[in-house]
Every structure is written in structure tokens, then in C-alpha cells.
Design a protein around this ligand. Structure first.
Ligand code: ATP
Length: 827
């Protein structure tokens, strides 16, 4: 580890020294901004010049103009971005071992030259400033090094145990163009180093502690100024194959995943033009984290999507209780969905009495009474039947018949024959919608065979010709098309899902897959959908829709080609914007990216422990050719069958080699909160190690009781106690307060807490994943733990959300002791 192991200078540097150091950084920052302004002018001039060249109109001049516009656009985009702390770091270094410098003007050697330190005295040979983007001075000396450049790595990696060339690491805090403060960590505290003849001072209590102590808002901040060594190893790990990261709550997994996306883009922008997908468990976590990448100068190439919004045109808004989630997430659903899609075809009946008379009687091959509808009246009152796309139609109990007249002969395929044809066509492996041409061919074969026309020709060539004519006449008849549309309709994922709401049908399709109770639960849950499959979907339904999309196949529409960038061949690896950005703005591009892509160059899965097998299949399909970064914590898993999920994960990641990293330090929770949460961890996953908390606040978690503890706690009592405890926390912290309740109390808690304003957020236990608050109120641990088979792990998540203060509110159900400590949290 770096900073928390580093030696922090006790903050007793005289104010004059502090002021002098701030002044020195201010001078450097002013120089950086002067240089940036020069660059902006250059870029504007280039744009202007390029526009003039465009009027020349020769192809060469146009290409040159485009290249210039591109470069200038890149500069403007970079330089006009206003960041709070464009420049945030500095390292003071000893002379490098070999004295060689890299392209950015910095020494390349990680190790100091022999004799750089003598008798614990040294001279600083090089000072590097680190920022969000690299800036070179007019003479190509580095004014700012990009945080992702190799020369910046010692800023993150140096520790007192392995300091390399770093003597002092400084974090600079600035706002706009003003330097506000500096925080130093000494990597070689025993060494007295001088810079320009003056002893190197150390200011502040260390950057990490300063960063961790700040109040939290509703959005995550980047950690670029204080990335720790073990985190940096992950961020800069080579992108080949699969990078797996495990770590307990608050170890920075999400932060690391986001910084890794920015790093990968910096390293190989061309490769990742294929897009980076970050999959998050909830929309709340997406909203919380999505500002981080723009703050790191990256946006366009990265799509952050919640599991419930991965499928275009569908958005999860409903919640499935654990028992239903368990069914829908299980890999058993694969088989069931395949059966359901095939079964849904059989529901399809041609329109009642659909008779086509328009194929004139004197045509050689006339079709008549092409389609016969259901025999007898449609059933009443029984279960709803749905057909293609869920469009409600009278259900057919008897399958259709197909009648045609060919060569004056009446030809008929009865229900059994049609059924046999359907079964034979379904024997193909292609998606159901794509098997329709095969079914049509089989129908024509059967009609041809019935006509006996083939036997009339001894000459095979004549027979083939006649057959061709027969097929052509039949297939150009709109009525045959109508029959096919009704008998083999184009299935939609939503339509199939809606069909599964019929318990009778579902139990047929789910034979030997689900038990009757599961069938009932699943059918009831899908009953939320209307006949067309519209209605509230849960996050688990989204994975089912995606699976069904594979099973039924895309409707046959021409694929939209990806937008090509006409400048691709002209530009180097350094572009920050693309053609689409320049023509539609970064946001527009991002939206397009999200709409169009189903296959990415790199996939990052956050909170990977929570993906169900069906969700792994859905995510896996989006990264078949990708490299992967997978971050998670098994101790926080809310999925009930981790072994099944692990199998699905292995399937999604395939045989690609994996590199594993473990993060060990908890940067979120003070030791007092981490210790309490550790009690639940010991119950949930005996033997599992908690991460080590990096700081302590001296504030122990508080325990409160709703009601008087005698008899069951009523809602009114719970409301009163929740509002009181949340209000107290609000008074005690500057930032946010998260109130975590069992999922079925979400709405209730939102109503209770609304009057307290927007610093307070009410969350269902499953929504708390990945989020953090200055203070957290956990309401009835027992209620949360009893919610699902993974309830204890969900409670562990809830207890590890606070950065400063935690209150646990018990009801009678928690069996609190005299100090209001619930049974689950007692020693
Ligand atoms: N190096 C760091 N410097 C400053 N803050 C950090 C650092 N690493 C992590 N943090 C902060 O610690 C908190 C926890 O980080 P993050 O949410 O990424 O952890 P996590 O491992 O994903 O947690 P969980 O598993 O609970 O979701 C965040 O506020 C993050 O900004």
C-alpha cells in the first residue's frame, strides 16, 4: 500500500512554509494555464485555417482539412474541459539509475542512481506534476504528465517499503485556477532532501486521509489523486484476457473498475474504439458512478448500463421477490424458454374463416379456401391465449387446416399433417423465426406430393420445371403468406414471455424443469404483462428477454452498418473525439453506442457476485470477443446459489486465461463500523476475512429501538423511530444519510422520510449495493436478513455503506437486548 503506509508529516510546518509551498504550486499552475491558452489559440487557428482549406475543394485539401479539424477538435475538447483539479499531483524524485529520459521528457528508470542518497542526504533531480491530461511546454519539457502515462506510475506505486526514486509525493488541491492546499506523504522519511538548495518540506496529514474525510454527495468522485499501490496494479494490469478482482466492501473495486476503463482507453484508444461496457447491478449505482469517467476525460467510448437496461427497448422497473428471482435467474430457464418459444408457435392460429377468393378461378393454379379457422367457438373464460407479439386473438383449440386447389385438384393438409410439418421444421437449430422458410418449404413439399403431379412426369427436368412453377405460383399468392403469418408468426421475446403467464401452458412447457409451485409463482409474476408483453418488467425479466431474443432470432431486418469514421485512416492513436462526436456531440455518440452495440471490446462487470446464471449469459453475449475485468465480493452476494452462478460465469468468460487480484483495505468504513459488520460476515460466511479499515473515527455505531420492545412493533412506532434516528444523523453529518430497509418497506420508508429533504435517501436492501453515505440507518436487521436465503449477506452490504456514522434501529423482531443491540449483532 502506498499512502496509508506512508509517513505523513505531522502538520506542524509553519504557515509561512505552507504558504510558500502553495505559492510555488500556484506559479506552476499559472504556467500550465498559460500554456493551455496558447494551445487553445493554436487549435482555434487550425480550425479556422482548415475551414478555409475546405473551400479549395480538391480531395487532398479536403483530407488535410479533415485531419486538421480533427486534431484541433481534440485539443479544444481537452482544453476546454473545466476540471476542478486539472493538476492534482507532484512527485519529487532522485536521479534515475541510467540517466535516460523517455518521450515525455521524464527519466525512465524506476530505481535511483547509485549514490543518489548518501548519509541520508539527497538532492532532488526531477520534479513531475501529474494531471488529468499531459501538457508539454513549448520546449517539449513536461509541464503536466497524464496520470495514465508510465512516468506517472511512481506517483501511485511508491511506498516507504519500495520508494523507488520517489522522495515526496504531493497531492495538490485546487479549484479552477486557484491552488487551495497541498498534502504530502514522505516515501523516504529518513532522508533529508534538498531542492534548489532548500530542504524539502512536508505539509499536511497525507492525501488519502484528506480524501476519505470529505463529506459524500449523491455522486461518486474519482480517486485519481490518491489511487493506492494495490489498486494501481489492477488499473494498469495488461488488458489481455480476464482480470478478476476481489475485495471486501469499500476496497475501491468500483473506483478501480472505472479508472481502469479510462486507463485502457488511454493505452490503446484504437482497440477500445470497439467500446467498453460497464455493467452495474442497479440504476442507482449507474447514476452514482457515471460522472467519474467524464471527470477523467473519458466518456464517448464507454457505456455504463444497469443489468436492467442492457436490452434496448426494455427497462426494469418491477421487483421480483427472492423466490421468483431465484426461478427466473436459474439456468433451468434456458430449457424452459426454448420450449416456450416453440410452444408459443402452436398457439398461433390463422384468422377465423380467412378465405381467399381472389386467386381467379381460371388461373391454372388457384388457391381457394386457403385457410380454415378454428373449428367451433373459441373457449370462454379459460386462460388467456396469446399469439405472436402477444396480440390477443381468439384462442384455437383445434389447429388450422390448409386447403388449396391446384390443377383442379383440392389439396388439403390437415391439423396432424401441419403439426408434423411444424415439428419437423423445428428440428432445425436456427432461431425459431429463421426456421419459417424451412417450414414453408416443407408445406410446399407436402402439397406437391399430394397433388401427385410429380408422378405425371417421367422426365426429371420437366418434373423439376413443373415443381418450380407450382412453388412460384403458390408462394406469390398473398393468401399463402397470410396463412404462414398466422400459422408461423414472427415471435417476439415479449410475446413469448407474455404467453408464459398462462399457468396451464407454462406447466406443459415447464415439465421436468419447474415444480408446480414454481410454475404458479412464475406465471403469476408474468401476469404483470399484458397480452402484448407490455407492462412492468423486473431486472430478471430483462435477462429472459435477451435469452428469448436468441431463441426466436432477430426479425429479418437489414443490419445497420456501424458508423465509419472517415478520418480513421488519417489519425493516430491519440484522438479523444471521433467523427460521430464531432458531428453529433459526445453524448449523442454515447447514446448511439448504447443503442447499437451488442458486442464490446472490453466488458467490465461491477458487483459480479450478484449476477444470476441467466444474467451471466446475457452479459457474456455482449463480450464474446472482448477482454474482461470482473470485480466483486462473494461475501456481498445476494444470489442464493453461488455455485450455479460460478458455472455460468465460467461459461461467459470461456477458457480465456485469468489474472486474479485481491484488494485488502477498506477505504469507506471507519474501523468501528467495519468491526460491527464483521459480526454479520462471520455468520454469513464463516472464516471469510474482512478487509482492514484504513481509519478510525472514534464514533461507535449507535443502537436504537422502535416502540417499547414489548410485543410486535407497529408501523407507526417504526415510522416515528426511523424519522427520529434519520433526523439525528442528518444533524451530525454534512453530507448524505442512507436509510436501508427491507425491500418490502421501500415505498413506505420513502414516504416517511420525504419531509426530511434530499440529503436523506430511503433504500430497499438490494438497492444499497455499491452505494455509500456519510451516515447510514439500518432498519431492522432481522427483517433484512429474513428476506431471502442470501439475507445475511444482504445485511452485510447494508451495514457497510457508511463513511462516518451508523445507527441500527431494532424492532421487537430483532430481539434486542437492554442496550437495543439486536440479536444478530451481539457477540
Ligand atoms: N485510493 C483511494 N483514495 C481515496 N478514496 C478511495 C480510494 N479507494 C477507494 N476510495 C473511496 O472508498 C469508497 C469505496 O470505494 P468503492 O465504492 O469503489 O468500493 P467497493 O469495493 O466497490 O465497495 P463495495 O463492494 O461496498 O461496493 C469510495 O468513496 C471511494 O472513493
Amino acid at each position: 500500500m502506498a499512502a496509508h503506509n506512508a509517513t505523513h508529516a505531522p502538520d506542524h510546518a509553519p504557515d509561512s512554509v505552507r504558504d510558500r509551498e502553495i505559492e510555488a504550486e500556484q506559479t506552476h499552475l499559472d504556467r500550465v494555464y498559460r500554456r493551455l491558452e496558447e494551445k487553445i489559440h493554436e487549435a482555434e487557428f487550425l480550425m479556422d485555417d482548415a475551414a478555409k482549406r475546405g473551400q479549395v475543394g480538391t480531395p487532398g485539401a479536403l483530407a488535410e482539412r479533415d485531419a486538421q479539424v480533427f486534431q484541433a477538435g481534440v485539443h479544444l475538447h481537452r482544453l476546454n474541459s473545466e476540471y476542478e483539479d486539472f493538476l492534482f499531483g507532484r512527485i519529487d524524485l532522485l536521479l534515475g539509475k541510467d540517466g535516460k529520459k523517455g518521450p515525455d521528457g521524464a527519466y525512465t528508470s524506476v530505481e535511483p542512481a547509485d549514490g543518489a542518497v548518501e548519509n541520508n542526504r539527497a538532492t532532488i533531480a526531477e520534479t513531475l506534476h501529474i494531471g488529468r491530461l499531459g501538457v508539454l511546454d513549448a520546449d517539449y519539457s513536461p509541464l503536466v504528465i497524464d496520470w495514465r502515462a508510465p512516468a506517472a506510475a511512481p506517483f501511485y506505486r511508491a511506498t516507504p517499503v519500495a520508494p523507488g526514486r520517489v522522495v515526496r509525493r504531493r497531492v495538490i488541491r485546487s479549484k479552477g485556477r486557484r491552488v487551495l492546499g497541498v498534502e504530502d506523504d514522505l516515501m523516504r522519511p529518513e532522508v533529508t532532501a534538498t531542492l534548489d538548495g532548500r530542504e524539502l518540506p512536508a505539509i499536511g496529514d497525507g492525501a488519502l486521509m484528506a480524501a476519505l474525510g470529505r463529506a459524500r454527495s449523491h455522486t461518486m468522485r474519482d480517486i485519481v489523486a490518491s489511487i493506492q499501490a494495490e489498486q494501481d496494479m489492477v488499473i494498469r494490469a495488461p488488458a489481455a484476457s480476464v482480470t478478476e478482482v476481489e475485495g471486501g466492501p469499500g476496497t475501491g473495486k468500483t473506483a478501480v473498475a472505472l479508472h481502469r476503463a479510462a486507463y485502457l482507453l488511454y493505452q490503446d484508444r484504437r482497440r477500445y474504439a470497439g467500446g467498453i461496457l460497464i455493467v452495474s447491478p442497479t440504476p442507482l449505482l449507474v447514476a452514482y458512478t457515471e460522472g467519474v469517467l467524464p471527470s477523467l476525460g473519458e466518456e464517448g467510448q464507454v457505456a455504463i448500463r444497469a443489468l436492467g437496461s442492457l436490452v434496448d427497448g426494455a427497462e426494469a422497473t418491477a421487483y421480483d421477490p427472492p423466490a421468483v428471482a431465484r426461478i427466473k435467474g436459474s439456468s433451468r430457464m434456458q430449457k424452459l424458454l426454448r420450449k416456450a418459444a416453440r410452444g408459443a408457435l402452436e398457439l398461433a392460429a390463422p384468422p377465423a374463416g380467412g378465405v381467399a377468393e381472389d386467386a381467379g378461378p381460371d388461373t391454372q393454379l388457384s388457391l381457394e379456401d386457403l385457410v380454415r379457422g378454428p373449428d367451433g367457438p373459441a373457449p370462454r373464460g379459460g386462460a388467456r391465449r396469446r399469439t405472436r407479439g402477444g396480440s390477443a386473438r381468439p384462442a384455437s383449440t383445434a389447429p388450422a387446416r390448409l386447403r388449396v386447389v391446384a390443377f383442379g385438384t383440392r389439396l388439403e393438409l390437415d391439423a396432424d399433417e401441419l403439426h408434423a410439418i411444424r415439428q419437423s421444421a423445428l428440428g432445425g437449430t436456427a432461431p425459431v423465426n429463421l426456421l419459417r422458410p424451412r417450414a414453408r418449404r416443407l408445406i410446399l413439399d407436402a402439397l406437391w406430393a399430394k397433388s401427385g403431379a410429380g408422378r405425371r412426369y417421367t422426365d426429371p427436368e420437366l418434373a423439376a420445371e413443373a415443381r418450380e412453377g407450382f412453388d412460384e405460383d403458390l408462394t406469390t399468392e398473398p393468401v399463402l403468406q397470410e396463412f404462414l403469418d398466422a400459422w408461423w408468426p414472427e415471435l417476439t421475446p415479449r410475446g413469448v414471455l407474455a404467453a408464459m403467464a398462462d399457468e396451464r401452458l407454462l406447466s406443459r412447457w415447464a415439465r421436468r424443469v419447474l415444480n408446480p409451485r414454481e410454475v404458479r409463482q412464475l406465471a403469476r409474476s408474468l401476469g404483470r404483462l399484458d397480452a402484448a408483453g407490455q407492462g412492468p418488467l423486473s431486472v430478471h425479466d430483462i435477462a429472459l428477454l435477451d435469452e428469448l431474443q436468441q431463441i426466436v432470432g432477430a426479425p429479418m431486418r437489414p443490419a445497420r452498418p456501424r458508423e465509419a469514421d472517415p478520418l480513421d485512416h488519417l489519425t493516430g492513436l491519440e484522438e479523444l473525439t471521433t467523427w460521430a462526436d464531432r458531428n453529433g456531440g459526445g453524448r449523442g455518440r454515447r447514446e448511439r453506442l448504447e443503442e447499437e452495440r451488442t458486442d464490446y471490446a472490453h466488458v467490465i462487470v461491477d458487483e459480479a457476485q450478484d449476477l444470476t446464471p441467466m444474467q451471466w449469459r446475457m452479459v457474456g453475449r455482449r463480450g464474446r470477443q472482448a477482454t474482461w475485468t470482473v470485480v466483486g465480493d462473494p461475501a456481498q452476494s445476494s444470489w442464493s446459489d453461488p455455485d450455479e452462478a460460478a458455472l455460468a460465469r465460467d461459461e461467459a468468460l470461456g477458457t480465456r486465461p485469468r489474472r486474479r487480484f485481491t484488494l485488502t483495505v477498506n477505504y469507506r468504513n471507519p474501523a468501528e463500523i467495519a468491526e460491527l459488520a464483521g459480526k454479520v460476515l462471520a455468520l454469513a460466511m464463516p472464516g471469510m476475512q474482512s478487509p482492514k479499515a484504513v481509519r478510525s473515527t472514534g464514533l461507535r455505531p449507535r443502537f436504537a429501538l422502535a416502540g417499547d420492545g414489548a410485543g410486535p412493533t407497529g408501523d407507526k412506532e417504526l415510522e416515528r423511530a426511523t424519522v427520529a434516528a434519520a433526523g439525528r444523523l442528518l444533524d451530525e453529518v454534512d453530507g448524505t444519510v442512507g436509510v436501508v430497509v427491507a425491500m418490502n418497506r421501500r415505498e413506505q420508508a420513502r414516504r416517511w422520510l420525504a419531509p426530511l429533504g434530499d440529503r436523506v435517501v430511503a433504500l430497499g436492501s438490494l438497492e444499497a449495493k455499491g452505494l455509500e453515505y456519510d451516515a447510514t440507518l439500518v432498519v431492522s436487521p432481522a427483517e433484512i436478513a429474513d428476506e431471502s436465503p442470501a439475507g445475511l449477506r444482504v445485511l452485510y452490504v447494508a451495514l457497510t455503506r457508511a463513511t462516518q456514522q451508523l445507527t441500527v434501529l431494532s424492532t421487537a423482531r430483532d430481539e434486542p437486548d437492554a442496550a437495543a443491540v439486536p440479536d444478530l449483532l451481539r457477540d
